[in-house]
Design a protein. Structure first.
Length: 396
């Protein structure tokens, strides 16, 4: 049962599937994007899927949502109640599922979910680790019949993963790593996130460039990530941009991402180092993201480890070569559609930008990037694998 699931033609025999996301509609991360888009793709295939969300879609009316999208009560991250409780909870509150604002949200969301899911669903599929843990315990106690699949994208340790029967890893190397660390369970699958390769596709980014004062002849380096030092290493990216050898073509940085407590300081540093060559777009609506990729010549992510960076897959689909840290996951994901390098070596990224930004090199990488996205991460291919995973879980 391990490894990549193969596509089957069986329609799950009418089994009901629950997808859950406690942060949906009030948090913008890859977790929320996957939950919403996977749900829509399953419904397109005729699967009887229900999406449980932590809040309403902006502008939506009512308290309960629709039949297919159910909104559950929880203590949402960023709410006044969440902030007040976080300041007053004792240190050991994590043992009861209240150790952080996100954990608190998941715990209260799972409590609401228990009353809705009981014996109505055959599978519960989620990226929220605390929700998965609570629902796995409920399954073993007979409070729910839903088999829990944890979509593991949050770098949980092996000791945590050992508690689950079914785990969806995002790349084959993660299956190998989990097994090496003693994670067994009943089934581990390598099923990546998918990209809508029709929506994310090559095209002109001239309008976005013009709107933000980016010269038509500029070499545009794009980074899509939470704007912070830790993990995403935006400060390293800024310092490397300064080192890019001058070649008669101005190098501009388009930085697109979620606001964090470090964003203002990093933006100030960026303007000090790059001046008018820095363009920051914070909390962009998802429907505008294809234009951001199309405006770029190269995509860069300086993090030293990613479970599977959705932004890199979107860049590939738009034909934008990816420059990332050299590791097994990036090698599998990017393939020949980019350049892998040592992101800890000063000057290495600057040299890679200069080389990959040459017109002939960029064109060759662009074609390979698009081909990689379509062959490995297209919606049709990945949903086939997801349905095959469900079939195997249902068979036990």
């Amino acid at each position: 049962m391990a490894g990549s699931a193969r596509a089957t033609a069986a329609p799950l025999n009418g089994a009901r599937i629950a997808l859950t996301c406690s942060g949906l509609h009030h948090v913008r991360r890859g977790v929320e994007t996957w939950s919403r888009e996977a749900f829509a793709a399953l419904r397109e295939r005729g699967v009887d899927a229900t999406l449980f969300a932590g809040s309403h879609e902006p502008g939506a009316q009512g308290r309960r949502g629709t039949e297919a999208v159910r909104v559950l009560s929880c203590i949402r991250r960023g709410s006044r109640l969440s902030d007040a409780l976080s300041r007053r909870l004792p240190r050991g509150a994590w043992r009861a599922g209240f150790g952080s604002a996100y954990q608190m949200e998941q715990t209260t969301f799972a409590m609401s979910l228990l009353g809705r899911i009981t014996h109505r669903f055959a599978i519960l599929h989620t990226k929220d680790p605390q929700v998965a843990l609570i629902m796995q315990a409920a399954k073993r106690m007979g409070l729910s019949r839903a088999k829990v699949i944890l979509n593991h994208g949050t770098e949980e340790p092996a000791g945590f993963l050992k508690q689950f029967d079914y785990i969806q890893h995002l790349a084959p190397v993660h299956v190998d790593e989990a097994r090496a660390q003693g994670v067994q369970g009943k089934g581990q699958f390598a099923v990546p996130n998918f990209i809508d390769t029709e929506r994310f596709s090559p095209g002109s980014g001239a309008a976005l460039r013009a709107a933000h004062g980016i010269p038509a002849d500029a070499l545009v380096v794009l980074c899509v990530a939470a704007i912070k030092r830790h993990h995403k290493r935006i400060d390293w990216l800024l310092q490397e941009l300064v080192r890019v050898p001058a070649a008669g073509r101005p190098v501009h940085l388009l930085l697109v991402g979620a606001r964090t407590p470090e964003t203002a300081a990093l933006e100030q540093l960026g303007h000090e180092l790059l001046g008018e060559r820095l363009h920051v777009l914070v909390d962009q609506p998802r429907e505008r993201m294809p234009d951001a990729y199309r405006a770029a010549d190269l995509f860069v992510l300086c993090s030293l480890r990613e479970m599977l960076a959705n932004a890199s897959l979107e860049a590939l689909a738009c034909g934008v070569p990816c420059l990332m840290h050299r590791d097994a996951v990036a090698a599998w994901a990017v393939g020949e559609g980019g350049v892998l390098l040592d992101m800890t070596a000063p000057g290495a990224l600057a040299q890679a930008i200069a080389a990959a930004g040459q017109p002939e090199a960029r064109r060759a990488l662009s074609g390979r990037a698009r081909a990689q996205a379509v062959s490995r991460f297209s919606k049709a291919s990945v949903i086939d694998q997801q349905l095959a995973m469900y079939e195997q879980v249902l068979r036990g």
